[in-house]
Design a protein around this ligand. Structure first.
Ligand SMILES: O=P(O)(O)OC[C@@H](O)[C@@H](O)c1c[nH]c2ccccc12
Length: 228
C-alpha cells in the first residue's frame, strides 16, 4: 500500500490539511505566514497527510510544494491540473506522494492512462469525482483515493459546496473498490467534518476553514470530541 494511503487509513484523525495561498476569489489565506509555519501548525494538530495547491490561480507554485515537502515527513498531495505524464515525474521530484487527477476534466482513456502511470511512478492517484459516471471510469480504484469534490472545479471552485453530493456518492465510491473514500472542499467546521466521518468517509480534505482558523488544534480536537 502506498505511503499516502497507509498514513490516511491508520490515522486517528484522517484529515488531509491543505495549504493554498489564496481562495478562488483571490482572498489571501496565509495572512503573512510562511508555508513552513502552516506545516508546523498542521503537524501539531495531528495531520497524517498534507495537500499543497500548486495551481497558479490559488497562488500556488512548484516552489511552495518543494518548501512543504522539505519541511515535513508526512506524505504530501499535489493539487494541480495534472494531465500529462511529465507532470508526474515533476511531482515526484518535488517530493509529492500523491497527485490530483480530476476525472471531470480528463477523457476516460486519458484518466486511465494517468492513473496507471501515476501508480507506476510510485504516486498515489487522488482522483476527484463529482458523478457516478466519473467514478465508474476510474481504473485500479483499490489503489486510489477516490474523493468527492463538493465544489465544482469547472467553475474554479467558486460557489457554495454541496455536501449532499458526498453523501449521495459514498456507496458508489465503496462499490468501485477504493479503500479510501474521501470528501473534499467546503467542509466548513468540525461538526460537518465529524458528520462526514460518521457517514463512513475514510478521510477528509480541508483547506479554507483550517487556513482561516486561529486555532487548528482546537478545530481538530473538536472533531475528535464529536466522534467519541
Ligand atoms: O478550501 P476547501 O473548500 O476546504 O477545499 C479544499 C480543496 O478541496 C480545494 O482546494 C480543491 C478541490 N479541487 C481542487 C483542484 C485544484 C486546486 C484546489 C482544489
Amino acid at each position: 500500500m502506498s505511503g499516502f494511503l497507509s498514513a490516511l487509513l491508520s490515522a486517528e484523525l484522517p484529515l488531509i490539511m491543505e495549504i493554498k495561498p489564496r481562495d478562488p476569489d483571490g482572498t489571501d489565506l496565509l495572512g503573512g505566514r510562511s508555508a513552513a509555519e502552516v506545516v508546523d501548525t498542521y503537524e501539531r494538530a495531528g495531520a497524517p497527510c498534507l495537500s499543497v495547491v500548486t495551481g497558479h490561480w490559488f497562488g500556488g507554485s512548484a516552489d511552495l510544494l518543494r518548501e512543504v515537502t522539505r519541511r515535513t515527513g508526512k506524505p504530501v498531495l499535489q493539487k494541480d491540473f495534472i494531465t500529462r505524464r511529465e507532470q508526474l515525474a515533476t511531482a515526484r521530484d518535488l517530493g509529492a506522494s500523491a497527485v490530483l487527477l480530476t476525472a471531470g476534466l480528463l477523457p476516460s482513456a486519458v484518466l486511465a492512462r494517468m492513473v496507471t502511470a501515476a501508480l507506476a511512478a510510485g504516486l498515489t492517484p487522488f482522483v476527484e469525482v463529482t458523478t457516478e459516471r466519473e467514478i465508474a471510469a476510474v481504473p485500479h480504484a483499490g489503489e486510489c483515493v477516490l474523493a468527492v469534490n463538493n465544489k465544482d472545479i469547472k467553475v474554479r471552485e467558486r460557489g457554495t459546496a454541496d455536501l449532499t453530493r458526498s453523501a449521495v456518492l459514498l456507496p458508489a465510491l465503496l462499490a468501485a473498490g477504493t479503500r479510501c473514500p474521501v470528501s473534499a472542499s467546503g467542509i466548513r467546521d468540525a461538526t460537518v467534518a465529524a458528520g462526514l466521518l460518521g457517514q463512513g468517509f475514510a478521510g477528509l480534505l480541508i483547506g479554507t476553514s483550517l487556513l482561516r482558523s486561529t486555532d487548528v488544534t482546537a478545530w481538530a480536537d473538536e472533531v475528535r470530541r464529536l466522534r467519541r
